[in-house]
Design a protein around this ligand. Structure first.
Ligand code: CTP
Length: 400
């Protein structure tokens, strides 16, 4: 089960300004969130903002008589299913390692029996200091989970490890806590997003796929402990936590990458919207209008792209291969025909004529179409929910 009640403990680093965004990401994923801050943190982020986004009063003072009357600090520690420390400064990590309890945040961290996830953020030299690394090892040894820090440009002007992980990635790490690793040992290959077929040096043909469904699938596979490779077409989405990503543009590039990853894969999910056709010729320079007669029309000759799903299904062996079907009419019949034509183990069909589901939105209403003719209709669900339902089915299928 996902941890539902998250106590967010914020310590005093510049990354504390991202805390409201983190609260929003967590709430979007249906968690209940309460915030506690160190006094230094409240210099970087306003308790009022946190109260507004979390929907709960925010505490910083251990001896706040009024607040203690509502929920005392031990009550807060007990309330949490998970305590998330973000950002975790070097100082707070040192206090945690030592078991100090000299303010509300450190006291709650000592009192809680809930799992703890820390997202460190600090100067690169503070991070690499043997004291911090030894505290980190101590915390890890006690079962504390750690996300980040990331490398990059730091607020202090230095470059290197020390940036707090992106709030969306921290929210994913929260969602991964306590999930049984039912896909441990499996290699999952996912394709996502649309392909882009070049016309000339600046133009291309693409489609409206956002990649959200495929990215949610990759994220869910990683949550369940799989080794995941995500072959991503045209999309602006960030890489899900724990996923190896290979970016491609065209259908031909996608085919090449999928075939290169094919041998190692045990589960293959083709959520990408692959262009069926590509221009027969690609100009390596920009095609100029002035080269055409005034007002002349232009004809692009298109040739068919290889059908990647069909090709891999034909040689799948004991791999599980899942295809998608984007249909605008007669969805079930079209998906059944597609299942036979492609030869995969399952088709996930969606009706793209609906505007509340499918392309470029956060929810999807899909049908699972099985080779024995069975059709399962799922309700409208957030895409991560669809991904979870899909893996529940795949796991059952693989159990035989
Ligand atoms: N697919 C593929 N290679 C292609 C075209 C599609 O691997 N060249 C895969 C998609 O990733 C998806 C499934 O096949 O998993 C169905 O894609 P879809 O576009 O719905 O079907 P098409 O085969 O393109 O058929 P049509 O456009 O006629 O519906």
């Amino acid at each position: 089960m996902d941890p539902r009640r998250i106590l967010l403990a914020i310590s005093g680093g510049i990354a504390a300004y991202k805390a409201p965004e983190l609260v929003r990401s967590l709430r979007r994923a249906d968690h209940l969130v309460r915030c506690v801050l160190t006094p230094e943190a409240s210099r970087f982020v306003s308790p009022l903002s946190l109260q507004a986004v979390s929907g709960h009063s925010v505490r910083s003072d251990l001896f706040d008589a009024g607040e203690e009357g509502k929920i005392d600090h031990i009550g807060l520690a007990d309330w949490a299913d998970l305590v998330l420390v973000a950002p975790a400064t070097a100082n707070l990590m040192a206090k945690m390692a030592q078991g100090l309890a000299d303010d509300l945040v450190s006291t709650v961290l000592l009192a809680t029996r809930a799992p703890i996830l820390v997202a460190p953020a600090m100067n690169v030299n503070m991070w690499s200091h043997p004291a911090t690394q030894s505290n980190l090892a101590t915390l890890r040894g006690r079962g504390v989970s750690v996300i980040g820090p990331d490398a990059g440009e730091l607020a202090c002007g230095w470059e290197g490890l020390g940036r707090m992980s992106d709030p969306g990635v921290i929210a994913e790490a929260v969602a991964a806590q306590g999930v049984p690793p039912t896909l441990a040992g499996a290699r999952v290959l996912v394709t996502a997003g649309g392909t882009s077929e070049a016309i000339d040096a600046v133009r291309s043909i693409s489609n409206r796929s956002s990649g959200k469904m495929g990215f949610a699938i990759a994220s869910e596979a990683a949550r369940r402990g799989a080794d995941v490779v995500l072959v991503a077409g045209v999309t602006s989405l960030p890489t899900p936590l724990g996923v190896r990503r290979v970016d491609v543009q065209s259908a031909l590039e996608m085919r090449e990458t999928v075939l290169a990853e094919f041998d190692e894969a045990s589960i293959i999910i083709k959520a990408a919207a692959v262009a069926d056709f590509r221009p027969a010729e690609v100009s390596d320079r920009k095609i100029k209008k002035e080269e055409l007669a005034e007002g002349a029309s232009m004809t692009l000759e298109l040739v068919q792209n290889p059908d990647i799903l069909r090709e891999i299904s034909a040689r799948k062996g004991d791999r599980t291969v899942v295809g998608f079907a984007a249909e605008s009419e007669d969805v079930v019949a079209a998906a059944k025909r597609k299942l036979v034509r492609k030869g995969c183990d399952l088709i996930v069909a969606n009706d793209i004529s609906r505007n509340d589901a499918g392309f470029d939105v956060d929810e999807n209403a899909v049908l699972f179409v099985w080779p024995n003719g069975e059709v399962e209709e799922l309700p409208l669900l957030p895409k991560p929910g669809v991904a979870a339902q899909l893996f529940d089915r795949i796991e059952k299928l693989r159990e035989g």
